[in-house]
Design a protein around this ligand. Structure first.
Ligand code: HEM
Length: 408
């Protein structure tokens, strides 16, 4: 398997080895050649990086530009209107995940204070309250219910709305449009329409906040005179999208994974102290945000290969997190594992800004769910759960669950 890999159906590839395992082709590739040549669906050549060490090294090296990553846009390469693969992409104002220093540094710096570990710790109690309230509502329903709709999506949406100062009543706009946005094979015009709908809404919102700032992160940003309305809109878009889709999918797919591993689930129920480690392990094992793009700004040696200047490079965080050279028995979900060091939040200067927030949400969410629903189980056979194989962020579309009794 040392020849060039083709990906006729794009990336991420389908998880054909099971709902939680990496695609079999990716596993074979990592064993044969962890930095390997790749042909994109439009025929142009690049590289796919699957080995843990190589992925980590690449993410720490700013000679690999993020401007090839259309980031959150995840536009397929064959799309008309795309920049040629060898040119850095035009920058979308405010979308700093797809920027390099110094632009990236300037924007990210304005937000680091709002997302420090200390700040997030102060919010913890409130996040627990939000999760518990949502579980109260779920407990009032007659099962079966869809866990995505009743729990996994509302909790992170409520939290990020409150932090940013986005009215939760307006969630229809961003939940529907972000979902459209993340469809893998979405046509460019539909993607742009979804993007347009979200940014039109957010531009009005940040304009109002600039005129009358409140007590929230977007208002704090709007007080910075050196940020334009376009930049504020881009930042709001990035935080809103990144802030709810990823965590929602971790909560839902994580619950599915635990229900499919009853011994691990029973252990976790018996010893909730294991939860922080279990969350890290679920992050590693599931790697819901898998594929990220970079662009080589010069010839760079990586894993014994020379990546030529101008090449597009794709990393698979899922493959890296399942590398047996880094994690023993990577295909086993083991809540006792010290999984810190996984790359699910990325690495280097773009490492996830919201990681502490996401961790708190996941701990509060799983803790409340397992405690309050001791008899939780799937309401359909596991094989019938609709997996998000068609989306750029992996997870489940729906998770029908049932229970016989609830606890306070
Ligand atoms: C960046 C994953 C939750 C905001 C990233 C990156 C990854 C990631 C892998 C790196 C992207 C790259 O290197 O190109 C996740 C996962 C989450 C999660 C798996 C949930 C389990 C959140 C939350 C927020 C957030 C709750 C809320 C604010 C961001 C932002 C960036 C980012 C703003 C860009 C950082 C930069 O470019 O400097 N995330 N994330 N994420 N994430 Fe998260």
């Amino acid at each position: 398997m040392s020849e060039t890999v083709a990906i006729p159906h794009g990336l991420p590839m389908e998880r054909d080895a099971g709902p939680f395992d990496p695609p079999s082709q990716i596993t074979r590739l990592r064993e044969a050649r962890p930095v390997s040549p790749l042909v994109f669906p439009d025929g142009h050549e690049g590289w796919l990086v699957t080995g843990y060490e190589a992925v980590r090294q690449l993410l720490a090296d700013t000679r690999f530009s993020s401007r090839q990553d259309l980031g959150i846009l995840h536009l397929p390469y064959e799309t008309p209107g795309m920049p040629a693969a060898t040119e850095p992409s035009p920058q979308v104002p405010g979308l700093f995940v797809a920027m390099d220093p110094p632009d990236h540094t300037r924007l990210r710096r304005k937000l680091t204070g709002a997302f420090t570990v200390r700040r997030m710790k102060q919010l913890e109690e409130h996040i627990v309250e939000i999760a518990e309230r949502q579980l109260d509502e779920m407990a009032r329903l007659t099962p079966p219910v869809d866990l995505v709709k009743e729990f996994a999506l509302p909790v992170p949406s409520l939290v990020i709305c409150e932090l940013l100062g986005v009215p939760y009543e307006d969630r229809e706009n961003f939940q529907v449009n972000s979902a459209k946005f993340l469809v893998k094979d979405q046509q460019l015009d539909e993607k742009m329409a979804a993007y347009g709908a979200m940014t039109t809404y957010l531009a009005e919102l940040v304009t109002r906040k600039r005129a009358e700032p409140g007590d929230d992160i977007l208002s704090d940003l709007a007080r910075h005179d050196d940020l334009t309305i376009e930049e504020l809109t881009g930042i709001a878009f990035l935080l809103l999208l990144a802030g709810h889709e990823t965590t929602a999918n971790m909560l839902a797919l994580g619950t599915f994974a635990l229900l499919e591993h009853p011994e691990q689930l029973a252990e976790l129920r018996a010893a909730p102290d294991l939860l922080p480690d279990a969350v890290e392990e679920l992050m590693r094992y599931l790697s819901v945000a898998d594929i990220f793009y970079r662009y080589a700004t010069e010839d760079i040696e990586l894993g014994g290969e020379t990546i030529g200047k101008g090449s597009t490079v794709v990393v698979s965080l899922l493959a890296a997190n399942h590398d047996p050279q880094r994690f023993d028995h990577p295909g086993t979900l083991d809540i006792h594992r010290r999984a810190r060091g996984h790359l699910s939040f990325g690495h280097g200067i773009h490492q996830c800004l919201g990681q502490q927030l996401a961790r708190i949400e996941m701990r509060a969410g799983f803790d409340g769910l397992l405690r309050r629903f001791p008899t939780l189980q799937l309401a359909i056979p596991a094989g019938e759960v609709k997996l998000r194989t068609d989306m750029n962020i992996y997870g489940v579309h729906e998770l029908p669950v049932t229970w016989t009794e609830t606890a306070r």
